[in-house]
Design a protein around this ligand. Structure first.
Ligand code: ATP
Ligand code: MG
Length: 423
């Protein structure tokens, strides 16, 4: 036998038994985004590598070690499977001049690729939904985004399972001043740093504070805080943001150690986290990136957005039992005997035209085995036709999930009989 080929590690299939749950979730997401006036943007999955290096930043986990990059054998270009959605979205916005005399509220959804160690909630192909609000200086839009995400948790029945964390990263100069103080502090504790910490000490000291190593907690807790280096404007932005969130009655905790792993962030940053998925607790993360449009060659424009890991939210929905059971179709059409296949197919067409979903039995099979299939697929009704029904222009309507008797009715009355019994 030929050896079977398997999916790539960390890249998952969604099988029919689970896909209805994804569809349920995606439908809620689409309705939610529409309610806030966001418009969909679809960009390629592959971009030039330098787009990600320039936007995400050279010294980040993603660019240092997680990107799937390859050389285009036709022209030698370095290309990369997108590891996140903001870079491509902003590339498209700049390329197509979407901010000319305009602001934009955009959303995207789709697969992202990172070469990480696969584990629960961490995959090599995963899916994100994300938004980008462009041309708004905030902090009102920053608060609207918090309102919007909080609303989603309510719609999904997860409001009690997630916690909001906020921080501010200030502006460039404030970060530079803090960085200097932080490096000096970390140098004084050099012996106690782990390997990652030593490596990042000069390249990305803020990320040292973002460590998940419990041995470093104490050092990190006592490190100079960026909040102590904020000027009036940054402070006002942060306070304005928090005041609106307070006014909306949304609870949060301030986490001065929240830095985000991508270089493009400034001012407002936030994460929605859960304690119910182990170490992979961040389900939605975002912040402001005011310099990024300019950095990608556009006219300067402020921006803020977030990315949400769909697999992690799905895990949470499963854990909390917030997903619908498979609904199945309305009708399984059981048919046997001379003339029955065509008769049944015409009947099925008229039922679909009346708004019902129908699986028609195709091929051979006894009534008994067809009824088993009808039950197994979760259909609400079996509609049964044999030679008698064909001869009399009737069909048998048999409810499979309700306490109601089966009825033999005229062909033209099948749809209304089903609707009546259902009601
Ligand atoms: P983490 O700290 O968990 O590695 P991150 O900071 O790298 O997350 P972002 O780049 O901010 O994550 O991506 C936004 C969201 O996408 C995350 O909060 C998470 O929900 C999800 N996500 C990121 N990486 C993965 C992955 N490898 N598998 C599944 N979901 C992921
Ligand atoms: Mg990561």
């Amino acid at each position: 036998m030929t050896q079977k080929i398997q999916a790539i590690r960390g890249m998952n299939d969604v099988l029919p038994a689970d896909s209805h749950q994804w569809e349920y979730f995606e439908n809620i997401l689409r309705g939610w985004l529409a309610d806030y006036g966001y418009q969909n943007i679809r960009t390629p999955i592959v971009e030039e590598t330098r787009l990600f290096v320039r936007s995400i930043g050279e010294v980040t986990d993603i660019v240092e070690k997680e990107m799937y990059s390859f050389t285009d054998s036709l022209n030698g270009d370095s290309l990369t499977l997108r590891p996140e959605g903001t870079a491509g979205t902003l590339r498209a916005v700049v390329e197509h001049n979407l901010l000319y005399n305009a602001t934009q509220r955009l959303w995207y959804m789709g697969p992202m690729f990172r070469h990480e160690r696969p584990q629960k909630g961490r995959y090599r192909q995963f899916h994100q939904i994300g938004i980008e609000a462009l041309g708004f200086a905030g902090p009102d839009i920053d608060a609207e985004i918090i309102l919007m995400t909080a609303d989603l948790w309510k719609r999904l029945g997860l409001a009690d399972s997630v916690e909001l964390q906020l921080n501010t990263l200030g502006n460039k100069d404030e970060r530079a001043a803090h960085r200097e103080a932080l490096i000096a502090y970390l140098e004084r504790h050099h012996d106690m740093l782990d390997e990652d910490g030593k490596r990042r000490l000069y390249s990305n000291p803020l990320r040292v504070l973002d460590t998940k190593n419990p041995a470093l907690q104490e050092i990190c807790n006592a490190a100079p805080r960026l909040t102590d280096y904020l000027g009036d404007e940054s402070r006002a932005h942060y306070e304005g943001w928090k005041a609106m969130i307070d006014g909306l009655g949304i609870r949060y905790v301030e986490n001065p150690r929240l830095v985000r792993g991508l270089d493009y962030y400034n001012q407002s940053v936030f994460e929605w986290v859960t304690t119910e998925l182990g170490a992979q607790g961040t389900v939605c993360a975002g912040g402001r990136y005011d310099g990024l449009v300019e950095q990608l060659g556009g006219k300067p424009a402020p921006g803020i957005g977030f990315g949400m890991g769909l697999e992690r939210v799905m895990l949470l929905l499963q854990e909390k039992n917030r997903l619908p059971a498979s609904r199945g179709v309305d009708v399984y059409l059981v048919q046997q005997g001379a003339g029955a296949p065509l008769y049944a197919m015409q009947l099925a067409a008229s039922l679909r035209a009346a708004g019902l979903s129908v699986i028609q039995h195709c091929g051979e099979g006894s009534f008994k085995s067809q009824m088993k299939k009808a039950d197994g697929c979760g259909a609400q009704f079996a509609v049964i036709v044999g030679e008698n029904e064909v001869a009399n222009a009737t069909a048998v309507v048999k409810p499979l999930r309700l306490e109601a008797a089966q009825e033999t009715v005229a062909l033209a009355a099948v749809a209304e009989t089903i609707t009546r019994i259902k009601a």
